[in-house]
Design a protein around this ligand. Structure first.
Ligand code: SF4
Length: 412
């Protein structure tokens, strides 16, 4: 199997979707193509046409000719969309997509006419190469230019904004760097340096960077590691580990063609089932799920309310410690008050005490809070250390209020 960036990305997003698509090869049902994705394809295709014409005949197509090409492609897209969609593509969306596509090409025309800045070597070039672990990697370079002994890998972007640093390094930079591996393998005596270039068609902006030798080595390592992870998952799957390709619920699940078979979602698409429950009578599974869901929400709300009231009352009792109450009374119930002495870090010595407890392995590393019960135990077991920490802690009375009893019970 030759892996591509989009396959590696699919595996990282949802391993189960990867399995359905590339291992089980379950065809995705024909769905209406996304206008935004199609716009990207049409613009790429238009730029390819522009440069192919220059390569083949030296002629530069006019803006009008490019617009005509976009219109032809958009009409074909609308026909394909309407053939599979329940609702036809709206006139507004069609007009918008046409307008955005033409304006991207116009901006490109304004920036690069007469398109002779570099020598164009490859357009929409399919590439593949072997990785050190024997796996194959493949991709498509939008455009490969040469300027002397420098190769420039160009990728067109139709994004509305420049990719944030994380997306840039993890996706775009990785992608173009892996293509650079192919360039260096295929032009070892011609190419001395490789540059990556993203052209943001909507923004009329370029992002360029030199692809260093270290980046090439790192890209090969990253891809090899990712493929090794996929192949390990596949091995475990073939050995009978059914869940090795795990589903990951994320925003794009709603667009996933495999939702109906995915264990995270498939029950949603199944018919409801009538059941009889002793406490409720006849109902359905979906109604029971809803009832459980709502009751659980109410329970959570009640617990939050209880917690808030309890905290308030405990503060109230603490602020009236002089009263020495043992109970608090309402009209219908009562609350029992307990208190205990606790050793607590002094506010101004908290960090110093944390460091001391870190040294002694007595800090709760999960919450990074001083664990007061461990502290108490530590002092009990190490009385000689008491002097070190005595001025870092203070004794505090902690009040707690307990469960209410029914008034009827009170009168008994
Ligand atoms: S529906 Fe979501 S979780 Fe299920 S396979 Fe598709 S992407 Fe993965």
């Amino acid at each position: 199997m030759a892996y591509s960036h989009s396959q590696l990305k699919t595996f990282e997003e949802c391993a189960l979707r990867f399995r359905y698509k590339y291992i089980d090869k379950i065809p995705e049902p024909a769905a209406a193509p996304s206008p935004a994705m199609e716009r990207g394809t049409i613009v790429h295709d238009t730029l390819e046409l522009l440069y192919k014409k220059i390569q083949n005949s030296g002629l530069v197509m006019t803006r009008e000719e490019l617009h005509t090409h976009i219109e032809t492609k958009m009409i074909a897209f609308r026909d394909r969309y309407n053939a599979v969609s329940e609702l036809p593509l709206s006139a507004e969306i069609y007009a918008d997509e046409l307008d955005i596509s033409k304006s991207m090409i116009d901006r490109y025309y304004d920036s690069y006419y007469p398109f002779n800045q570099t020598k164009i070597n490859w357009l929409e070039q399919n590439i593949n190469f072997d990785l050190p672990n024997g796996a194959k990697f493949r991709g498509i370079i939008d455009r490969l230019d040469f300027q002397g002994d420098q190769a420039i890998i160009v990728d067109y972007k139709t994004d509305k904004s420049i990719a944030p640093y994380g997306t840039f390094t993890e996706t775009y930079q990785q992608q173009l760097t892996s293509y650079a591996v192919w360039v260096m393998n295929n032009y070892p005596h011609v190419v001395k340096s490789v540059t990556g270039k993203l052209i943001y068609l909507r923004l009329q902006q370029e992002v360029t960077w030199e692809i260093s030798h270290d980046m090439l080595t790192q890209a090969v390592t990253n891809i090899t590691d990712k493929i090794a992870k996929i192949e390990d998952t596949l091995f475990r799957y073939n050995m009978g580990e059914k869940d090795s390709f795990w589903p990951v619920e994320w925003t794009q699940c709603r667009r996933c063609a495999y939702q109906v078979m995915c264990p995270l979602w498939k029950h949603r698409f199944q018919d409801d089932e009538v059941v009889i429950v002793s406490e409720i009578g006849e109902t359905t599974i979906k109604k029971l799920v809803d009832k459980f869901y709502h009751l659980n929400n109410q329970k959570k709300e009640l617990e939050d309310n209880l917690k808030g009231i309890k905290e308030f009352l405990e503060e109230y009792v603490t602020s009236h410690a002089d009263e020495e109450w043992k109970k608090l009374y309402g009209e219908e119930g009562e609350l029992k008050i307990d208190y205990k002495n606790e050793l607590k870090p002094r506010d101004d010595k908290n960090n110093e005490l944390k460091q001391l407890l870190l040294d002694e392995w007595l800090l709760d590393l999960l919450t990074m809070q001083v664990n007061t019960s461990r502290l108490t135990k530590f002092i009990a077991e190490n009385p000689e250390r008491l002097a070190d920490i005595a001025d870092m802690i203070e004794k505090k009375e902690k009040y707690t209020v307990g469960r209410a009893k029914e008034k009827k019970e009170l009168k008994k």
